[in-house]
Design a protein around this ligand. Structure first.
Ligand code: PEP
Ligand code: MN
Length: 358
């Protein structure tokens, strides 16, 4: 299936200039909270107002959203501020109610994208209605699952599409609530270059102090916009209190962000860019040569161990390598985490090669 420029025309039709700023509370709590937040957001760069009406909670007992009574509040937001409004739909009934109350854009939550049955049910409920749908990435880093959800909406006749990168759940992640996988989103862009791509730094960070940094990375990678959870009184929010910011903080954030040009036609810029790219290509080719040599040695070690009937994995040796390369990397100003990731992949391949030695 192909996503064409037509599939992003809705951004222009809805006057969503770059970057799109979707802001509003994690959850609609009360009419007063929804309206006060919206009126403050009106004076920022926000052009779409978000609020969760139905909240998918990982464990029961948390606030599960106000439900249908909150939908007229969003209609009021639209009438009084002129912002477009969006909410999450998680089943066919939500779709019916959201459409009945004039919601402009729908989004599919991360816990929904993982389930093709539910995605199909929502897509079927949308047959005959062409409303923009933004598909969040599934909780697990599975690109075909993410693409598959987009394709189900496209097949159901939805032409106005977009995706949201909200990070991926990992066990015991220290820095992020949901780790961003920048490369996976780049793969998605490779497959569907015309699909609008939005970052949700709130669910990636799970805290306030790193939102700017993650948003800037996304802008540098050509994202089309942001979805940022914004609340009039973040500390007392009924859900996701730790990651929400006030409308004033959002305004500060968007003014601190450096908006990059897609490209530049300046001759000097193009010349330098080409030179650096050539240099990178050469270094990449050297890296491959080095890896080839390294794997050749692994094979010899494999043969040696095979002949002596010695086990392949020597965990003491691997711990030593990790410690040494980590220190070496830090001394040279590279991040330990980055180098460790690379060496883990090298180690796995090296073990595979040793396994295959006959
Ligand atoms: C949300 O946007 O409030 C939400 C529940 O997001 P996600 O589906 O990314 O967890
Ligand atoms: Mn939330």
């Amino acid at each position: 299936m192909e996503i064409t420029k037509e599939n992003r025309k809705w951004l222009d039709d809805m006057n969503l200039s770059h970057p799109i700023v979707i802001a509003g509370p994690c959850s609609a709590e009360t009419e007063d909270q929804v309206m006060k937040t919206a009126h403050l957001l009106k004076n920022t760069d926000a052009n779409v107002y978000r609020a969760g009406i139905w909240k998918p909670r990982t464990r029961p007992g948390g606030f599960e959203g106000v439900g249908e009574i909150g939908l007229p509040w969003l209609k009021r937001v639209k009438e009084e501020t002129g912002m477009l409004v969006t909410t999450e739909v998680g089943n066919a009934n939500h779709v019916e109610l959201a459409l009945k109350h004039g919601i402009d854009i729908l989004w599919i939550g991360a816990r929904t994208t993982v389930n093709p049955f539910v995605v199909q049910e929502i897509a079927d409920a949308l047959k005959g209605v062409d409303i923009p749908v933004l598909v969040k990435n599934p909780v697990n880093p599975d690109l075909p699952l993410w693409l598959g959800a987009v394709e189900r909406f496209q097949a159901a006749g939805i032409s106005q599409l977009g995706v949201i990168h909200r990070g991926f759940s990992t066990y015991n992640s220290l820095h992020y609530r949901n780790k961003p996988k920048w490369h996976l989103a780049i793969e998605l862009q490779k497959e569907f270059p015309n699909l609008p791509l939005i970052i949700d730094p709130s669910h990636i960070c799970g805290r306030r102090d790193t939102l700017l940094d993650v948003s800037q990375t996304a802008l540098d990678l050509n994202y089309d916009g942001f979805m940022v959870e914004t609340h009039i009184d973040p500390d007392n929010a009924w859900s996701d209190a730790k990651q929400q910011i006030t409308p004033a903080q959002l305004a500060q954030m968007t003014s601190d962000l450096k908006i990059r040009l897609k490209s530049s036609s300046k001759e000097e810029f193009q010349r330098k860019l080409m030179m650096y790219r050539k240099e990178l290509d050469l270094l990449d080719s050297n890296l491959i040569d080095l890896l080839k040599d390294r794997m050749g040695i692994s094979e010899q070690i494999g043969r040696l161990k095979h002949n002596e009937n010695v086990a392949i994995l020597q965990s003491g040796r691997w711990a030593d390598i990790l410690a040494t390369i980590g220190e070496d990397a830090e001394e040279k100003g590279l991040s330990r985490e980055f180098i460790e990731e690379i060496f883990k992949a090298i180690h796995v391949e090296s073990i595979n090669i040793q396994h295959n030695v006959k």
